[in-house]
Design a protein around this ligand. Structure first.
Ligand code: G6P
Ligand code: MG
Length: 208
């Protein structure tokens, strides 16, 4: 029963992982190699540039820094074409009800995401109004499992890490929450995220 909630975005509030997958796959294919769903899983919580680095390494392709910048932009432009079509119907099951419940209970609410597109996505899906603080990839460059994104969210909410409950769908995100001294609810299928304090399939399962 903690006074502050910190939400990851992709895979917790919205299912953008498939958009990331489509865009990265298109880029990999253009570069002459394939990109799998299993590889996409490993990019959850990983920043855009670090994701690109990993993909290039998997494909055995080397690029200059300038080329990498261009490739990351290309991927993001494709990703944004998909994000542009997002509405509240793209929220994962129970998200709206759970955020309303948290508000009614007086929780402090923050976003802790590695995504630079987080503010846009909150806006498109109509849930920006629930957040007292937003920490995203524009502010924090250290990828999860580094706890910085969550610690920064706690600072903005003016609460201690021990007051925070994090909601995460990625292994790296769960590790980041633990490293930050926070409790964490995993969002995933049975057997996933063994290090989380609790596991639910979606936030709807936590609506009273
Ligand atoms: C989230 C996703 C990652 C993504 C990262 C950066 O953490 O789980 O898959 O790479 O955000 O997203 P961005 O929108 O900045 O490219
Ligand atoms: Mg996530």
């Amino acid at each position: 029963n903690r006074p502050a909630y910190i939400f990851d975005l992709d895979g917790v509030l919205v299912d953008t992982a498939v958009f990331h997958y489509e865009a990265w796959k298109r880029l990999a294919n253009e570069l002459g190699f394939d990109f799998t769903v299993a590889q996409n899983e490993q990019l959850k919580g990983v920043s855009r540039v670090e994701s690109l680095e990993k993909i290039l390494a998997w494909g055995g392709v080397e690029k200059t820094d300038a080329e990498k910048l261009e490739l990351a932009k290309k991927k993001n432009d494709w990703y944004l074409e998909m994000v542009a079509k997002m509405t509240a119907s793209d929220l994962l099951p129970g998200v709206l009800a759970f955020l309303e419940q948290a508000r009614a209970e007086g929780k402090k609410i923050a976003l802790g995401s590695a995504s630079k597109n987080a503010p846009l996505i909150l806006d498109k899906t109509g849930i920006a109004r629930f957040f007292d603080a937003i920490v995203d990839g524009n502010e924090v460059s250290l990828s999860k499992p580094n706890p910085e994104v969550f610690l920064c969210a706690a600072r903005k909410l003016e609460v201690q890490p021990a007051d925070c409950l994090v909601f995460e769908d990625a292994e790296a995100g769960v590790a980041a929450a633990i490293a930050g001294g926070m409790a964490v609810v995993g969002i995933g299928e049975e057997g996933a995220l063994p290090d989380a304090d609790a596991l639910v399939a979606n936030l709807g399962k936590l609506v009273k």
